[in-house]
Design a protein around this ligand. Structure first.
Ligand code: SF4
Length: 348
């Protein structure tokens, strides 16, 4: 293993991350040099989610949302993937690139929404409801994915659920049973699920998914009052939110889009100002790509501590000390790959 800690900045020994500025500009530049050297030596690829610290997004080979990162992980043949995101994302990368060593630089980076549903709960639900299709948001652990029929991300959920619904409606011409409305369970995000149900109704699909009672504690904080206040303060701005927000918040916004959808929308739009209702890490990319446009956060304190705890020291240490290696048990990986692959096939 390489041991060239040139900067002298000590190894992170697994302490819980601090949210104070972890380095000054000179240390940051040295860490970036170290990371680039280690990345080249190890032939590693760095993937970063749109919510992580800006300097991690900047040094990454690719920054994107869960769907884009899943596709990159699948396409990737690099021996080492350093995944700047949270555990369920790194697990998905490992499932899709089983021969790569997948590193999660901050071992504390989990996801409270993903951790809110367990494999045992899903297995019990499946046993009690054998005819119900289980549709899981990709924000679930590998162990949970191993029990479901299909995965979706916020970037493709509407298309995939509509496609599944359409095939059910087609079946309905020949089967009375297929016309019953509650034969799909969406888990774990009740907000994304409710927003999808609203979309299905709008598009006149005769389906309504049952919803698991989970949520993202970051997006769930946004209230209709917050949304209304932001809209009143900036009436000319286009209001974009993430569909993990409550339905009443999405109703007030102009569009509910995945993080990649928000980034694409802003890049194409002629508008000059936007209100953003999602984790505030996305602002780094929006400003970088659109320096002449103005962005207002619906609530600046929308910060996911799991995403934002990781920094360049964690990434340097991951490449230097080969930590923290993500393993997914083969039997679980095989089962979890099926719903992920179905999702990727339907996303093309
Ligand atoms: S923003 Fe929400 S869904 Fe994303 S990792 Fe943080 S807690 Fe999980």
């Amino acid at each position: 293993m390489l041991k060239n800690n040139k900067s002298g900045i000590p190894q992170n020994k697994g302490e819980k991350p601090s949210f104070d500025e972890p380095y000054n500009e000179r240390e940051k530049a040295t860490l970036i040099d170290e990371i680039l050297e280690l990345k080249a030596k190890r032939n590693a690829v760095i993937l970063a989610h749109n919510y992580v610290r800006g300097e991690l997004q900047d040094i990454a080979d690719f920054a994107g949302d869960s769907l884009e990162l899943s596709i990159k992980a699948k396409e990737n043949a690099a021996p080492v993937i350093a995944f700047c995101g949270v555990l369920f994302m790194a697990q998905t990368a490992k499932i899709l690139s089983p021969k790569s060593t997948v590193l999660l630089p901050d071992k504390h980076a989990g996801c409270p929404m993903a951790d809110g549903v367990t494999a045992a709960q899903v297995a019990a639900y499946r046993q009690a409801n054998p005819n119900t299709k289980l549709i899981a948001y990709v924000n679930t652990t590998a162990q949970v994915k191993a029990h479901v029929d299909m995965c979706v991300t916020s970037g493709n959920a509407d298309r995939i659920v509509a496609a599944l619904t359409q095939s059910k409606n087609d079946d309905a011409t020949t089967s009375d049973d297929a016309t019953t409305s509650n034969d799909m369970m969406f888990l774990p995000d009740r907000n994304l699920g409710a927003n999808l149900n609203a979309q299905l109704n709008k598009n006149k699909h005769n389906r309504h998914m049952k919803l698991w009672n989970g949520c993202c504690p970051i997006h769930d904080q946004l209230t209709a009052a917050d949304a209304k206040r932001a809209k009143d303060a900036h009436p000319d701005a286009i209001f974009l939110v993430h569909p993990e927000c409550k339905p009443e918040v999405c109703d007030i916004a102009d569009y509910a889009l995945s993080t990649a959808g928000i980034i694409r929308f802003v890049a194409k739009s002629d508008a000059k100002a936007f209100i953003i209702g999602t984790e505030s890490g996305i602002i780094h990319r929006l400003i970088k790509d659109n320096p002449t446009k103005t962005f207002y956060m619906t609530k600046p304190e929308l910060i996911c501590r799991d995403m934002r705890g990781m920094n360049l020291i964690h990434l340097r240490d991951a490449l230097l000390y080969n930590q923290h290696i993500i393993e997914v048990e083969e039997s679980i990986s095989k089962k979890a790959l099926l719903p992920i692959d179905r999702m990727l096939n339907l996303s093309r």
